[in-house]
Design a protein around this ligand. Structure first.
Ligand code: MTE
Length: 389
């Protein structure tokens, strides 16, 4: 039976309201299908409170991900009021002229479009061994969209960045339940003033959907999704990296490789920035039985700020590898679709694997570097299938 999740449902039916925040687990990790979220279709619900929706693997077949299939990652409640007329974006901190900009004024600034693969740093966490806490994403906390809006640097230049300005902080309008710290993160000034970093107001040619940050979000291409703050309301230029929960201890990687299950010294970590090289198999699905010969194996590969150079496929559990064909649609920061046609010689059980290599010479590892938060999982993807007679 279909259940519909609405904003009201978040606050009353599901969570029991903000007052009950302390009584319910922070995340529910069930992977439910058949739950209807307005504006979304066919998604895996990793958490209903707060909304975390994963794209099923079969949707990796479209170079541009339609908004209804684009994953959602919320750390807290989406803002309940959407008053575009009164929305203001403030720019303050290490600037000559602090200012506040309305949506109407923002719309007058030259807009640019960047096609970007946005991936949550925790995507693939569900595959980490030993298991780590957090949303148990598998493949689909990632999607590719065309984001449009003014360059962040054009807005910062209006305010005049002081020489002391080294980092740029974003604050979202999320509704913060109980004692949860607000969603505030920062990026270094070099990335903030890059021509491709945007204040996006549109996604795939339409006004941003509320799940994706209406009326404006940061778009920090090639970097982990957490850098791209949704429901943007405040930008502050800082003289150092923002020191708050979502920068530290959140979204940090150990500087050294640690053995699975090991402990990390928090002083020996760094903030995660760009994505690694990674690929996933869209189809055939894991555990599926197939009869078609030849069989089309396809998926997507991405590499953050780098470009995918090669995609290899193994149909014998990693013993031998062949090049797959990379799709013709490409843009800096966007994934490449790939496909490979395979003729299984005989029926039986097969393990199919894919691995990407980027133009920096990085290749997906056989197993991912384990870390206690399960960030940046990028091991060779694999599915087990049964080829029917
Ligand atoms: N911005 C705000 N204000 N609040 C959030 O919870 N989640 C971040 C980022 N921006 C988040 C946010 C994370 S962790 C990710 S992966 C991306 O938004 C997800 O973007 P999406 O929901 O549009 O796919």
């Amino acid at each position: 039976m279909l259940k519909t999740i609405t904003r009201r449902g978040f606050l009353t039916g599901i969570s029991g309201g903000i007052a009950a925040a302390a009584l319910v687990p922070r995340f529910t990790w069930a992977a439910e299908r058949g739950v209807e979220v307005p504006g979304k279709a066919g998604m895996i619900v990793r958490s209903a409170r707060f909304l975390d929706l994963e794209m099923p693997a079969e949707f990796f077949s479209s170079w541009i991900t339609p908004v209804p299939h684009f994953f959602v990652r919320n750390h807290m409640h989406e803002p309940s009021t959407f008053d575009a007329d009164n929305w203001k974006l403030s720019i303050s901190g290490e600037v000559e002229r602090p200012l506040s900009i309305s949506l109407r004024e923002l719309a007058k600034v030259d807009a640019h479009t960047i096609t970007n693969t946005l991936e949550c740093a925790g995507n693939g966490r569900g595959f980490q061994q030993p298991k780590v806490p957090g949303v148990q994403w598998q493949r689909g906390a990632v999607g590719t969209a065309r984001f449009t809006g003014p360059r962040l640097r054009d807005i910062l230049q209006r305010a005049g960045i002081k020489a002391s300005g080294k980092h740029v902080m974003f604050r979202g309008l999320d509704e913060v339940p109980g004692k949860v710290p607000p969603f505030i993160r920062s990026i270094p000034i070099e990335k903030a003033t890059d021509a491709d970093t945007l204040i996006a107001t549109h996604m795939n040619g339409a006004v941003l959907a509320r799940h994706h940050g209406f009326p404006a979000r940061a778009l920090v291409p090639g970097w982990i999704g957490a850098a791209s703050c949704k429901w943007l309301t405040e930008i502050k230029v800082l003289d150092q990296e923002f020191d708050g929960n979502f920068m530290k201890p959140g979204y940090r990687m150990p500087n050294q490789l640690i053995s699975p299950g090991g402990e990390v010294n928090s002083a020996d970590t760094h903030a995660i920035t760009s994505l690694g090289v990674k690929s996933v198999i869209a189809q055939p699905g894991d555990g599926s039985s197939v009869s078609s010969r030849p069989l089309r194996i396809h998926g997507a590969a991405w590499a953050g700020e780098a470009a995918v150079a090669r995609l290899e496929i193994s149909t014998d559990g990693g013993t031998t590898w062949r090049d797959a064909r990379l799709g013709s649609q490409q843009a800096r920061y966007a994934w490449r679709l790939w496909d490979h046609v395979w003729r299984p010689q005989e029926p039986g059980e097969y393990t199919i694997m894919c691995r990407a290599t980027d133009d920096q010479g990085r290749t997906q590892p056989q197993s991912a570097a384990w870390n206690p938060s399960g960030y940046l999982y990028n091991a060779v993807d694999q599915v087990k299938i049964h080829v029917l007679a």
